[in-house]
Ligand binder design. Structure first.
Ligand SMILES: Nc1ncnc2c1ncn2[C@@H]1O[C@H](COP(=O)(O)OP(=O)(O)OP(=O)(O)O)[C@@H](O)[C@H]1O
Length: 621
């Protein structure tokens, strides 16, 4: 869904003229303290299992470690003996004994720690606000199951070890020496793999080697552990599965996780069904998902799915095994519905993409660059907000278009318009068309108006951005479908969203907010995600405006040369500006706009605006 990609028929959302023009705001703090107690509606009460048959000897025994506050004794949680994360609750502070999750989340954001009555509770991921808040939510929903704190004797690769698990660590020892360890955050499940049912296979997804995007490329790995008897093996498997459920903020294994899967057999090289069967389904089975699969059977089917989707069905996420276009179609279908309907769906049902298309820009742009990365984030329910861009052409203002990756005008739109003609060339057509338009450019003159962020933030590459903007993670974690729709409906998120209905409205942005320039342009991009915009972040609440101006022949050739090396921003004819909204007025009425590879025809002007955190995506970035 790169802005330099194939054209498709634009997707449409018709709006009534009289829809109001107000801003989407995040919930007010005070209002959210009114939220009722959060419990899983269908969650049966589970007794922690502490007994697993009669061990024959001491070395056979399976011990549940000493228990503190019903949590075991997670090492990284407590620096004080009086408070633990389990004392945080989404409930009202009526009895004074529990501390509001929102207050604790605010404390993590501002101080990277939580202080209660001058005593400090150390947070598990002090350098990662989003993960800390996620853990806080896990504790606030239900206590960590007691059986997740375990220690026993096992055999790994024919050697005997003591295996120990806590909330954060999974380690094996000889004596007091740690021989191996897995971060429990990497673990996605465990199963018995032999007929005697004593051999446990732990599945985990190791972080990719390196930093940034490399670390996101997780690799599926297994560890085989031989337990001394079937009861112990079963107890370990149960403990691991329960820990994964608890970390994911979903009900225990007595209840199934429900997930919706959409496979587009037509995407890319038509490998989506194969990817689903071989690379995704085995892990969904491991995680105990009850999945409902739909195969798209006609062009535009995903639009209809978006129009029909009901959160009443209780799916915790909707996962696309497809190209970017399918997920974009679903979003457009969904957002064409009445506002109270789509808001309920986006609040309760995060999206994910197992990339099986031609370009796969969405996955790279939202931090799920590979199938393994996406599968990992789905099972662990790693949630992140996702900004969306809304666009209208002024000659048909009642039709709103939506984009995830971004918009392109000038050469980027010319290439999108022409690419369908050259589909027979496969992905090589984009390279071919870039060269063609560099040698034989069309004329693009006009006026660019935009609302810049004031002051402009320091530019940081997507891979380097960690905690910026993470203060919305509290809201992202709310509205868990397993709480039940009534609880979700009681939250105060359902506010009108002006940017969704009337992008770049001058009623929201007054005269003083706008900057304007006239000129002759090579390309203009209003981008929401990397890699097209190198400093983009899909949940930073803004768009990255890239303007490449046409100079004399030498200057233009210089930009093209720098572009080939990925250094085009060094050109004096380039600008890179963080903005909220933009309007492109073109002098050539037949010019068009590229919306995630689809073509929106002129004359325009084209009005565009970012809608912060409109969707939730399953990603760890
Ligand atoms: N059964 C089908 N037959 C024909 N077309 C279909 C069918 N199902 C979906 N489509 C259409 O396939 C098109 C392409 O889908 P998708 O975007 O998933 O793949 P892609 O274009 O190859 O990948 P990318 O968008 O990543 O480049 C969509 O426009 C969709 O409407």
């Amino acid at each position: 869904m790169s802005i330099l990609k194939s054209s498709r028929a634009p997707l449409l959302h018709r709006l009534s003229e009289d829809e109001s023009d107000s801003v989407l705001r995040r919930p007010e703090l005070e209002n959210d303290l009114e939220i009722g107690t959060t419990v899983y509606t269908r969650m049966p009460s589970v007794k922690p299992s502490v007994s697993f048959g009669t061990p024959k000897s001491d070395s056979d025994s399976l011990r549940v470690s000493s228990v503190d506050n019903g949590l075991g004794t997670p090492k990284s949680d407590l620096s004080s003996s009086r408070y633990s994360l389990s004392q945080f609750s989404n409930s009202r502070l009526s009895n004074g004994s529990r501390v509001s999750v929102r207050e604790a989340a605010k404390s993590i954001i501002s101080q990277r720690k939580i202080t209660i009555n001058d005593e400090e509770v150390r947070v598990p991921h002090p350098n990662d606000i989003r993960e800390s808040i996620r853990m806080l939510h896990a504790h606030s929903r239900r206590d960590l199951p007691q059986e997740c704190d375990m220690e026993t004797q096992v055999t790994i690769k024919r050697k005997n070890y003591t295996l120990k698990m806590t909330r954060d660590t999974f380690e094996w020892f000889t004596g007091s020496k740690i021989v191996g360890a897995i971060d429990t955050d990497d673990i996605v499940g465990a199963i018995a793999v032999d007929s005697k049912k004593t051999l446990i296979r732990v599945h985990y997804f190791r972080k990719g080697k390196g930093r940034g995007a490399k670390a996101l490329k997780r690799r599926p790995t297994t560890l085989d552990i031989e337990a001394s008897n079937q009861n112990i093996a079963m107890a370990w498997i149960k403990a691991i599965q329960e820990l994964v459920r608890w970390q994911a903020r979903v009900p225990p294994t007595t209840q199934q996780r429900k997930i919706r899967v959409v496979v587009n057999p037509h995407s890319g090289a038509r490998r989506a069904p194969h990817i689903w069967e071989n690379e995704v389904k085995p892990y969904f089975d491991l995680a105990g998902f009850d999945y409902h699969i739909d195969y798209t059977t006609y062009s535009g089917h995903a639009v209809d799915m978006g129009k029909d989707y009901s959160p009443e069905e209780g799916y915790e996420a909707i996962v696309f095994v497809s190209g970017d276009g399918t997920i974009c179609e679903y979003m457009n279908g969904l957002l064409s519905r009445p506002e109270d309907e789509w808001k309920e769906v986006v609040a309760t049902t995060p999206i994910s993409l197992i990339s099986a298309g031609t370009q796969n820009a969405f996955g790279a742009g939202v931090g799920i660059p590979t199938t393994a990365a996406a599968v990992y984030c789905i099972i662990k329910r790693k949630l992140r907000p996702l900004d969306v861009v809304t666009v209208v052409a002024q000659h048909e203002p009642q039709i709103v278009h939506y984009s995830c990756c971004g918009l392109g005008w000038g050469a980027a739109a010319d290439i999108a318009e022409e690419s369908e003609k050259y589909r027979w060339m496969g992905t090589k057509r984009y390279g071919f068309l870039k060269i063609k338009r560099a040698l034989f450019p069309r004329r693009h003159t006009g006026r660019i108006k935009y609302v810049p962020l004031r002051p402009q933030p320091q530019l940081q590459k997507y891979d380097d951005i960690k905690n910026i903007g993470a203060d919305d993670q509290y809201d992202v974690e709310e509205d868990n479908i397993y709480d039940g729709l009534e609880v979700v409906r009681s939250h105060s998120i359902f506010r009108p969203a002006g940017a969704v209905r009337s992008p770049a409205s001058t009623r929201r942005y007054g005269e003083d907010a706008w900057e304007t320039e006239n000129g002759n342009y090579i390309v203009v991009g209003a981008l929401n995600s990397a890699p097209d915009g190198v400093y983009c972040h899909p949940s930073d609440g803004c768009l990255d405006l890239m303007i490449a101006r046409k100079g004399n022949l030498f200057q233009t050739m210089h930009i093209v040369w720098l572009y080939l090396w990925g250094r085009e921003l060094e050109s004096k004819n380039m600008s890179y500006i963080k903005i909220k909204a933009a309007i492109i007025e073109q002098d050539q009425p037949d010019g068009c706009l590229n919306i995630d590879g689809e073509v929106l025809r002129g004359p325009g002007p084209f009005r565009m605006e970012v809608v912060p955190s409109l969707f939730k995506v399953l990603s760890e970035k």
